[in-house]
Write a protein that binds this ligand. Structure first.
Ligand SMILES: [Zn+2]
Ligand SMILES: [Zn+2]
Length: 335
């Protein structure tokens, strides 16, 4: 089968021929990969900043944001059947008995750092025609989300943040009505975050570099956010426009603008840095909310995604490809 792999030793990225994975356990599921998203993490791996092949392998098949179709299930698989659409999770628990997060099934909080991540750390990823994994790591996706479900994994970033924000804001006994949120950045993580915040009831602003009008500003406004450019408004001027900034959702990576806006965070506010990775986030909430986003803004979700064939891997991984969220089409679903 074909797969896109990096070889960190040789510093190469190639479309390679790879052995097909087979069912090994009775709870294994065999997947035909349909779409795989490309994100900043993939580009950093392709620049050899990190990314670790599985032990004994000289290369790592990359890709962690995906949508797949179930092809075959082991004899003890109860939750899935061939034809189902799934989004597989990324992080796998560490082996240590003393790691309470991993032993509680919350490897996103792993305290040892010895977790594995498919397509990133010590396990092959999803930019391959076929993948085998345990049913426990699959999230069933309704058929209506076929065209946008590749956005589930990046949306889990916002879902996990919102879950934590909700815990923290419960300390305010008078509630959080009319709270105002500022999203930093208008890339896919930022725009998906803005949608999640609007659905959660926040008045939402998107603060990003390019002055409007531009595509990203149009999409932000189409979902009901207000767009402000950091080239025309300083952090202080942003605060004047917004008022008390109750929540900042940073989606630009560690950057100066993050620290500028931190200085104008409102009283009792919360600042979320998404740059710190937490990959096995609440998928169920992401799938539920994607259904809601798709109902409210079907055109916006669709226009976030630009499709490419596997052969375009070089331009995609060096960041030269156009579009907001680039997705590699691996296969069309069997019908
Ligand atoms: Zn990613
Ligand atoms: Zn752990």
């Amino acid at each position: 089968m074909r797969a896109i792999a990096v070889n960190p030793e040789r510093r190469s990225i190639d479309l390679v021929e790879h052995d097909e994975p087979e069912l090994a356990e009775a709870t294994d599921v065999r997947l035909r990969m349909l779409e795989v998203g490309v994100c900043g993490t993939d580009r950093e791996i392709a620049a050899f900043e990190y990314g670790d092949p599985p032990p004994g392998s000289d290369h790592l098949v990359i890709g962690h944001e995906s949508l797949a179709e179930v092809l075959e299930v082991g004899s003890r698989v109860t939750s899935l059947q061939p034809g189902n659409l799934v989004v597989p999770m990324v992080r796998r628990p560490c082996p240590h008995d003393f790691c309470r997060p991993c032993r509680s099934g919350r490897q996103d909080f792993c305290s040892t750092g010895d977790f594995r991540e498919r397509g990133i750390k010590h396990q092959h990823g999803y930019m391959a025609e076929l993948v085998v994994d345990d049913q426990d790591y699959m999230n069933l996706v309704p058929e209506v989300l076929r065209n946008v479900a590749v956005l589930v994994e990046p949306l889990t970033i916002a879902e996990k943040a919102l879950e934590q924000v909700e815990h923290i804001q419960r300390r305010l006994p008078w509630g959080t009505e009319n709270h105002r949120a500022v999203v930093l950045g208008a890339g896919p993580v930022g725009l998906l975050g803005a949608m999640a915040l609007i659905v959660a009831g926040f008045d939402t602003w998107v603060y990003s570099r390019s002055p409007a009008p531009n595509d990203k500003a149009d999409l932000a406004e189409a979902v009901g956010a207000r767009y402000i450019s950091s080239e025309t408004h300083s952090a202080d001027e942003l605060r004047e426009e917004v008022g008390n900034i109750d929540l900042v959702y940073e989606a630009v990576g560690a950057s100066e603008v993050g620290f500028d806006v931190l200085s104008v965070l409102g009283t009792n506010g919360v600042f979320v840095f998404t740059g710190v990775p937490g990959r096995k986030a609440p998928f169920e909430a992401a799938i539920r909310h994607l259904t809601e986003h798709n109902r409210r803004w079907p055109d916006v979700l669709g226009s976030l995604v630009t499709h490419y064939p596997m052969e375009a891997y070089e331009e995609l991984l060096t960041g030269r490809a156009g579009g907001i969220k680039q997705v590699i089409d691996i296969a069309a679903p069997a019908s």
